[in-house]
Design a protein. Sequence first.
Length: 269
Amino acid sequence: MTIVQLRKLGLPLMNLVRFKGIPILEQLQLEEKLLRTSSENWCIVNDGTNSPTIVMGMSGKPAELLEVESVIRDRIPVIKRFTGGGTVIVDQGTIFVTFICNRIDVPGVQPYPQPIMSWSGLLYDEVFQEVGDFHLRENDYVFGNRKFGGNAQSITKNRWIHHTSFLWDYETKNMAYLKQPRRIPKYRSERNHLEFICRMKEYMPRSDFIEKTLSSVGSRFLVEPTNLEAIGAHSGTAFAHSTSLLTKRELEAALGSQPLNLPLEVLES
């Protein structure tokens, strides 16, 4: 179907930006700026990020969610993002997919968390047709009862963002940096991280997932590929990000009065 035909169908425009391995901090800050300062719809796909990084929701507390001493010792960056949701550790095995939408361009979706989750679940139903036992379960994407996609959102008066970290693959040792959170989905029960999650690569090739996702998006929007230079033209407004990299001092404070058994050069780095 041609672009002219799609326009006649009245599909809203969706700007598509594809990255390969950009730092997750850069991606999140870009998303926050586009949500707050742009008036257009955006889909961002980032195939991996450059190094292992922990990302917490805006209300996340390191002392409750992280093995902080190990995180400091191993110099794992920790980001507090501008959206809600849980804590993840991401790396080159993570695929990120983000939707930033005007509420008027998705008229059948009320701007509240569950309707947006349901909308995304239907989009990914098309991606995972006949692949595993795919479900949207509570706020997670799962195969059976094992999670492979974690979601977070932010909703403003006229716009919303829904972004997902997909575990195409992961390093088992990295899961040791995460504590069992106090609030967990009911379906998780008492399972630890490794019993709770699974790898997407056991179900479908990486490139197939990305292309099927873009195909599903294309059935709902008129997709227009763009790049960083074009984004700069769209988002020239001055903006202060709330997404930030936690400092060493902030991580140390999470340990309270506990002494750190770490070399001085690590603490001073």
